[in-house]
Design a protein around this ligand. Structure first.
Ligand code: NI
Length: 187
């Protein structure tokens, strides 16, 4: 069962998410629903704020982009309470999109190499060094847990250029192929 994706302008996307405790009720069912939602909307990652929950949960399946980015082949993650350590390397720029910002894509600078620590849905700890586009996806999704969106990383000029598109998303004046939830109407 998939869930509606909360769109840009909704305050839930701007809050800092809470640490998930082992006592969290229904975590595995929620993770399944997040994967369903991600696949239905043809995304390669989804963070809990995007389904309206400020909890530190991310799902990723990067395999669909493996043709362009071989490091993504077969890489599927359930990240609970993920932590990123930036490793050395100059940032690179590449286009990103986000299910909460339909119809938009902008180049974003991100570091190429990270060390990622997380627990899975059974609260087993993991640690891995990740590079390339996979590291980009992880950084994008973990940003959501801090209330950040990729457009926060673009220049003021680029932001100005997409202002009308952003306004349309907030106003609900867009077409989207997957179920969405718009920002509450401003009074
Ligand atoms: Ni996103």
């Amino acid at each position: 069962m998939s869930l509606p994706v909360y769109l840009y302008g909704h305050p839930v996307l701007r809050r800092i998410s809470k640490t998930v405790e082992p006592s969290y009720k229904g975590l595995k069912e929620l993770v399944e629903k997040m994967f369903d939602t991600m696949y239905e909307s043809e995304g390669v990652g989804l963070a809990a704020p995007q389904i309206g929950l400020n909890d530190r949960i991310v799902v990723i399946d990067a395999d669909p982009v493996a043709e362009s980015f071989p490091e993504c082949a077969g890489r599927k993650f359930t990240l609970i309470n993920p932590e990123i350590e930036i490793l050395e390397g100059a940032p690179t720029s590449h286009a990103e999109g986000c299910l909460s910002l339909p119809g938009l894509s902008e180049n974003v600078n991100r570091v190429e190499h990270i060390r990622l620590r997380w627990v899975d849905a059974d609260f087993q700890p993991h640690e891995e060094e990740i590079s390339g586009f996979l590291a980009r996806i992880v950084q994008h999704e973990c940003d959501h847990l801090e209330g950040k969106l990729y457009i926060d990383h673009i220049s003021p000029i680029r932001k100005q250029l997409i202002r009308a598109k952003l306004r349309n998303i907030v106003a609900g004046k867009i077409r989207c192929d997957y179920p969405v939830r718009y920002a509450p109407k401003q009074k």
